[in-house]
Design a protein around this ligand. Structure first.
Ligand code: IPM
Ligand code: MG
Length: 369
């Protein structure tokens, strides 16, 4: 039998995207050899790089390549160069959001993991994060205020009025709630659902549907938090959370907060998943939760861990290569435990040493051997 082969659309994008992607590719090549599978990479333009080359942030060829692939590995898009373009062709609005929508990637998983050896990198008081923590943020990704219409700036009585619309349908809340309950059932058995039910109609419906879905998961302990309170509680007691379920905008904000509490945005992977096939595998797009970090782009010092861990999530959720995914996760953890620190997580703790992007890649590769 020939080796299992997977087609990956590689969209490195802008800023640090290409630098961290290069390390993810090295790691993927290493696991391919080790686990006897083959990865075929189809590199395509996206974001500012695509605007410069083709005039638009999401060229037809890129979309076609993504459609033909088994999964999309995404870097990051955007930067000061493209910020003053009309909103619709800016990299974020013109590429990232349409990709999510086009492929129906409604479930965004963002594991916020603070390794016990990395608690010093957390800005939170040491006694609150001692021993590390592991929280999974499940963010609804194709609905809510990001996509509701009308969405516009119009003129009314001689002044501009900006309108964004938050819309959730029962079916949208239901399907993301199932993802979150299943995730919780497979790990700590606790789910915290986030809303703003004291103000928003959306919050009332969100809570009602989540409670209904909960009936099918009697082993998962559910609680609800208003988003403002959640922002506080996550900082005060991150170790007590297991899975956090949030609507699109709240999940965007809270997942950045969680990444920071865990040490750095540079460690936070993500998986954006659509429907599941009969084998239980998803089509998905995998990307670091951080941005293109234009301030450090091109210097070779960015943290590649989030990109590499995102590649591991791709192996797990889209390819079903659990062992290979576990091996990458363990190798990243091994590199961190072994003291390798890029600038974003370097605190000078005894036994640690500063590495650049490639150095972190090498530390992780060493752990795969
Ligand atoms: C994220 C990002 C995006 C979002 C931006 C770049 C549009 O912040 O993936 O969290 O808001 O979803
Ligand atoms: Mg964000």
């Amino acid at each position: 039998m020939s080796a299992q082969s997977f087609q990956i659309a590689v969209l490195a994008g802008d800023g640090i995207g290409p630098e961290v992607m290069a390390q993810a590719r090295r790691v993927l090549d290493a696991v391919a050899g080790k686990f006897g599978v083959a990865f075929a990479y189809d590199e395509q333009l996206v974001g500012g790089a695509a605007i410069d080359a083709t005039g638009g942030p999401l060229p037809e060829a890129t979309l076609k390549a993504c459609e033909a692939a088994d999964a999309i590995l995404f870097g990051s898009v955007g930067g000061p160069k493209w910020e003053s373009l009309p909103p619709d062709i800016q990299p974020e609005r013109g590429a990232l959001l349409p990709l999510r929508k086009h492929f129906g990637l409604f479930a965004n998983l963002r594991p916020s993991v603070c390794f016990p050896s990395l608690t010093a990198a957390s800005p939170v008081r040491p006694d609150l994060v001692e021993g590390g923590f592991d929280v999974l943020c499940v963010r609804e990704l194709t609905g809510g205020i990001y996509f509701g219409s009308p969405k516009e700036i119009r003129e009314e009585n001689g002044e501009k009025v900006a309108i964004d619309t938050m819309v959730y349908r029962e079916s949208e809340v239901e399907r993301i709630a199932h993802v979150a309950f299943k995730a919780a059932a497979g790990r700590g058995g606790r789910l915290t659902s986030i809303d703003k039910a004291n103000v928003l109609r959306n919050g009332l419906l969100w809570r009602e549907v989540v409670e209904r879905v909960a009936e099918g998961y009697p082993d998962v302990k559910l609680d609800h938090l208003y988003v403002d309170n959640a922002a506080m509680q996550l900082i005060r007691r991150p170790r007590e959370f297991d899975v956090v379920l949030a609507p699109n905008l709240f999940g965007d904000i809270l997942s950045d907060e969680m990444a920071m509490i865990a040490g750095s945005l540079g460690m936070l992977a993500s998986a954006s998943l659509g429907g599941q096939n009969e084998a239980g595998l998803y089509f998905g797009m995998y990307e670091p939760s951080g941005g293109s970090a234009p301030d450090i782009a091109g210097q070779g010092i960015a943290n590649p861990c989030a990109q590499i861990l995102s590649a591991a999530m791709m192996l797990r959720y889209s390819f079903g290569l659990t062992e290979a995914a576990d091996a990458i996760d363990a190798a990243v953890r091994g590199a961190i435990d072994g003291g390798a620190r890029t600038g974003d997580i370097f605190t000078g703790t005894e036994g640690t040493h500063r590495v650049d992007t490639a150095g972190m890649g090498e530390a992780i590769l060493a752990g795969l051997e």
